[in-house]
Design a protein around this ligand. Structure first.
Ligand code: IMP
Length: 503
């Protein structure tokens, strides 16, 4: 006889938190969102802790080195996507680890023989006003000039004008040599009244830019997540196919934590991957596994040696797994059951294995609910894809700025390893879609705003830390009728343009 779960499969929006007693101590400034990432024994501390409970999804449209730096500045970790060559993924990890605060890799670059029209397109796409002109149009090419908006006048110039005709040529540029410290570069900015200064190596190749605004804002990241060498922390996704080659390359590149990226993780292939890591590195390499949605799946991965366990099947915004295959579970039900299993495992063994709720966060309050239900941290894809720092193009569709966002199981990503169930057959159907999401600006502004709300709700619940929230939260299921009561109702809204913006 098949197993039937008693409860229906529930989502976050079906729950509400009920306030607890708030003492005068319950102020947003007193809330601490620190959270463990990898397993630890009773009485000890997790060797990797984040300052905020957010990680970015293992996806092409979300987690590259640029987003990883932005998120580490805020106190979270990005898992760099694994659906790319081992060399490219390792290079991204290396770029995060070698990123020197204030030294920025140029991501708006053009060749001197390209045109003003192409420059304007690039500017629209990247949103940057400073463009490096390099011989081959790459971020590491030989620097031959720079273009800022002061160098051209669209009304007076043909769009066919070549960049070399109006750029500020290298001979007239003020630059600093590689090896200069941030404060030396900053002195050059101030002494010459510049906003930007390029950094070049001995062969005149561009290595970085230093922006005045970055120097000013560097001090503004109190939550920066750094390793013992003061480098940003970063994670990486791996799969159960090429792990024997990929994992050593990522470890060598400096990845702080790995995660097996699979749509369904209750499998022997995950155990093989974990066995490989333990045999080669013992406990010195940290690796999470998943995704699972029930007690059985959690216990299997816990016994197999996972450092954390990721939860979620079918709840991602771009995910069509449930429609395609009829498999998955409402994210709230999955988190609640896996959290119980995690607590039981801790009681039994004295080992605490953090759990991560992956996918399905639509509103900021879903973050608070996921934590209250027992998640130690949360993985988000759609949320981060909307920001300046995500790797995808920013486009204007019908007057609105959007960014592209596609699933790892879509034809566009072609990440079939994530859905691999062994054998040689390649999957022939999609489990994800290609989409747009509303553009939302800088990661820092958004993350701070969302977490301010989380902290405020925690104060209403009378708690100041995530473990306290997990223990003391009171939750109720909402009825379909009371859902209406929860939004603005029975009034005529004056301005509807902002009323349903998803955050
Ligand atoms: P979101 O935050 O709701 O957008 O969900 C992101 C999560 O969806 C990721 O972390 C993955 O677990 C999952 N995911 C990514 N790509 C796909 C896909 O193509 N199909 C199904 N799930 C996906």
């Amino acid at each position: 006889m098949a197993v039937y779960f008693n409860e229906p499969s529930r989502t976050f929006s079906e729950y509400l938190l009920v306030p607890g007693y708030s003492s005068k101590e319950c102020r947003v400034d007193n809330v601490n969102l620190a959270t463990p990432v990898v397993k630890f024994k009773k009485g000890e501390e997790s060797s990797i802790k984040m300052k905020i409970p957010l990680v970015s999804a293992i996806m092409q449209a979300v987690s590259d080195d640029k987003l990883a730096v932005a998120l580490a500045k805020e106190g979270g970790i990005s898992f760099i996507f694994g659906s790319q060559t081992i060399e490219n993924q390792a290079a991204m990890i290396r770029r995060v680890k070698s990123h020197k605060a204030g030294f920025v890799t140029s991501d708006a670059n053009i060749r001197p023989d390209q045109t003003l029209g192409e420059l304007l397109e690039l500017k629209e796409r990247t949103g940057h006003s400073t463009t490096a002109v390099t011989e081959d149009g790459t971020a590491e090419g030989k620097l031959v000039g720079i273009v800022t908006s002061r160098d051209y006048r669209i009304s007076r110039m043909s769009l066919e004008t070549k960049v070399k005709e109006f750029m500020t040529p290298f001979e007239k540029l003020i630059y600093v040599k590689e090896g200069a410290t941030l404060s030396e570069a900053n002195d050059v900015l101030w002494d010459n009244k510049l906003n930007t200064v390029p950094v070049i190596d001995d062969n005149q190749r561009l290595t970085h830019f230093v922006f005045r605004k970055d120097y000013d804002t560097h001090k503004a990241y109190p939550n920066e997540l750094l390793d013992e060498h003061k480098r940003y922390m970063v994670g990486a996704g791996v799969n159960t196919r090429d792990y024997a080659e990929r994992i050593p390359a990522l470890v060598e590149a400096g990845a702080d934590v790995l995660c097996i990226d699979s749509s369904e993780g209750f499998s022997e292939w995950q155990k093989d991957t974990l066995d490989f890591v333990r045999a080669k590195y013992g406990d010195s390499v940290k690796i999470g596994a998943g995704n699972v949605v029930d007690r059985e799946g959690f216990n299997y991965l816990a016994e197999a040696g996972a450092d954390f366990v990721k939860i979620g099947i079918g709840g991602g915004s771009i995910c069509i797994t449930r429609e395609q295959k009829g498999i998955g579970r409402g994210q709230a039900s999955a988190v609640i059951e896996v959290a119980q299993a995690r607590n039981e495992y801790y009681e039994k063994t004295g080992v605490y294995i953090p759990i991560c709720s992956d996918g399905g966060i639509v509103y900021d309050y879903h973050m608070t609910l996921a934590l209250a239900m027992g998640a130690d941290f949360i993985m988000l894809g759609r949320y981060f894809s909307r920001f300046d720092e995500s790797p995808t193009n920013k486009l204007n569709i019908n007057g609105n700025y959007v960014k592209e966002y596609w699933g790892e199981g879509s034809n566009r990503a072609r990440n079939w390893q994530r859905y691999d169930m062994g054998g040689d057959s390649k999957l022939s159907f999609e489990e994800g879609v290609d989409s747009y999401v509303p553009y939302a600006g800088a990661l820092s502004d958004n993350v701070r705003y969302s977490l301010q709300k989380v902290k405020s709700t925690m104060c209403n619940c009378g708690v100041l830390t995530i473990p306290e929230l997990q223990k003391k939260a009171k939750m109720t299921i909402v009825s379909a009728t009371s859902l209406v009561e929860g939004g603005a109702h029975d009034v005529i809204l004056k301005d509807t343009s902002n009323s349903s913006n998803l955050r």
